[in-house]
Design a protein around this ligand. Sequence first.
Ligand code: ASP
Length: 343
Amino acid sequence: MKQSVLLLYTGGTIGMKTNDLTGGLAPFNFKQIEEEVPELKKFNINIDTYTFDPLIDSSNVKPSLWLEIANIIKQNYNKYDGFVVLHGTDTMAYSASALSFMLPNLTKPIIFTGSQIPIGVLRTDGKENLISSIEIASQKKNGVAVVPEVCIYFQNHLLRANRTTKFSAEHFNAFKSENYHPLAKAGIKIEYSTNNILPMPENTNEELQVISSMCEDVVVIDIFPGISQSILSSILNIPNVKGFIMRTFGSGNAPTDSWFIEELEKALKRGVAILNVTQCPSGSVNMELYDTGKAMSKIGIISGHDITTEAAITKMMFLLGQHLTNKQLHDKLSQSLRGEITI
Ligand code: ASP
């Protein structure tokens, strides 16, 4: 039987072509995708499209769009072997990370892709990204999906969504996964690194679960040399915030001034969660290495290990949405839920 893939088009650069009348770039009708990408006809795959209305620049993405994507996938889950989500590159790593947490028992590939140059422009990188993403989304071995997880495919690399960061605003090679191996590399053949891919969830016959509540009461703080007590205190005292992502130096270090620890401790006592994530694109937090880290670990700051900022924010939103006890929240933030951290 022919494989089937559903293409969800949310917006972004990839779906644009030059408007012959104005000379400007405008979204094109993805229903006519085979006219723009005639190579798709060569696939022996059934490709259907779902176009979002309105199409958006991904800078406007909100958690409500993540839920919409998740629900459309759920409604069509049994009809397709895999899903490709066309999305602007700017916030793709956030959306794809969020989906990885919202779909706990995923058994089929969801491949996010986009492009730096619109698909209707001669030098586009979009065609290769799209064609390979469709191939990966349809790929099965012994009747089961080869990549049953949420991924980003860009410039010959298939990366785990919640390990990926947008790295370049101009190069075709726009995404990196510094702390985890690519799940596949596309050359003459697409070579899958099977050992790095998440295993199938246990009950593959269960209905796809969508965990819909995401809590938006989160803040990201970047620590910098010279950060003052009043600045830190004002950020930590923003009303209603339930989770802070604190981006620290190197292996999770921050100033040793006593006021620094005291401010964090006051916030923790109010019941907020603070996750320590490194500002370094590569490597991990280790709060046992230096005195500064030890002091934070002692008061209950949680190590983000080698998590990306995008995954940290969406994981925090996801877990805060589950109304867990402080202990459960602490435990889940410290665990790898979908392969987002190395522990
Ligand atoms: N601003 C665009 C977006 O993220 C950029 C892109 O698609 O690459 O929607």
